[in-house]
Ligand binder design. Structure first.
Ligand SMILES: Nc1ncnc2c1ncn2[C@@H]1O[C@H](COP(=O)(O)OP(=O)(O)OP(=O)(O)O)[C@@H](O)[C@H]1O
Length: 232
């Protein structure tokens, strides 16, 4: 069963500060990701892999095409839903881990991770316990859970970011270079959590900075090519 379907997606950026210059990035992108599958986006730097993830998550408006995700047992086209519904769908059905953690200052790491569950209606004490457990699995020691992550190392911040997505059971998971700032040991933990998410029937779409990671965890690869003059 497909949990994510992308059809004929097109995306062009308009650079308003450059006199409205048009930058074509994605053309004719079509693929699907089934429950229990991890699909990797591969292609040269600048081809548009991160743009594709952000467009699927609804951060960017599409020029044309559709992005359908499984939400509450139904396939919903995210390109056509009003912003309020998009927020509801993000809360329950599609999670996105960017390379960068954006957090509210002075909020503790535990509270940041638990808030995702509390937004879904999980009781406060249960949410805190589950947040703590996933943070420990990701090798973030208890002494850091009460601290805001602003001063954490890049790899620690990346693991907090991952914890926010892995603590939930959203059917669709988008990961942008989830192991980029991690040492080999922590990268291996993340790979095993991705395998676990696959076994749980989630659909994962990811970009890996390391081709070896792609081979180890991805069931399929989707090539994203840089556009030529003719494609634009
Ligand atoms: N918000 C934006 N506004 C304008 N142009 C953008 C924006 N985001 C990305 N781009 C451009 O879109 C193109 C694709 O960028 P993107 O980051 O998606 O590539 P990528 O394949 O993920 O690259 P990398 O592997 O280096 O991370 C680049 O030319 C980039 O400059």
């Amino acid at each position: 069963m497909n949990l994510l379907e992308v059809k004929d997606l097109r995306k062009t950026f308009t650079l308003h500060l450059r006199g409205g210059l048009q930058l074509a990035v994605l053309r004719n992108i079509s693929f699907s990701v089934a429950a229990g599958e991890c699909v990797a986006l591969v292609g040269p730097s600048g081809a548009g892999k991160s743009t594709l993830l952000r467009t699927i998550y609804g951060n960017y408006r599409v020029e044309s095409g559709s992005v359908t995700v499984m939400h509450d047992g139904e396939l919903v086209d995210l390109t056509r839903v009003p912003p309020q519904q998009l927020l509801v769908i993000r809360r329950r059905s599609i999670a996105y881990v960017s390379q960068f953690l954006r957090v509210i200052p002075r909020v503790s790491t535990r509270a940041i991770v638990a808030s995702v569950l509390k937004d879904q209606g999980v009781r406060s004490a249960d949410a805190d316990a589950r947040a703590e457990s996933v943070l420990l699995t990701l090798n973030l020691p208890l002494r850091l859970h009460g601290l805001p992550p602003a001063t954490f190392s890049g790899g620690e911040q990346q693991r907090v970011n991952l914890a926010r997505a892995l603590v939930t059971d959203h059917p669709v998971l988008l990961l942008d270079e989830p192991t980029a700032s991690l040492d080999a040991e922590n990268a291996a933990v993340v790979l095993s959590l991705i395998q676990e998410a696959k076994r749980a029937g989630r659909a994962i779409l990811s970009i890996f900075h390391d081709p070896d990671m792609t081979v180890r965890v991805a069931d399929r690869q989707i090539p994203i090519a840089s556009l030529t003059e003719n494609d634009r």
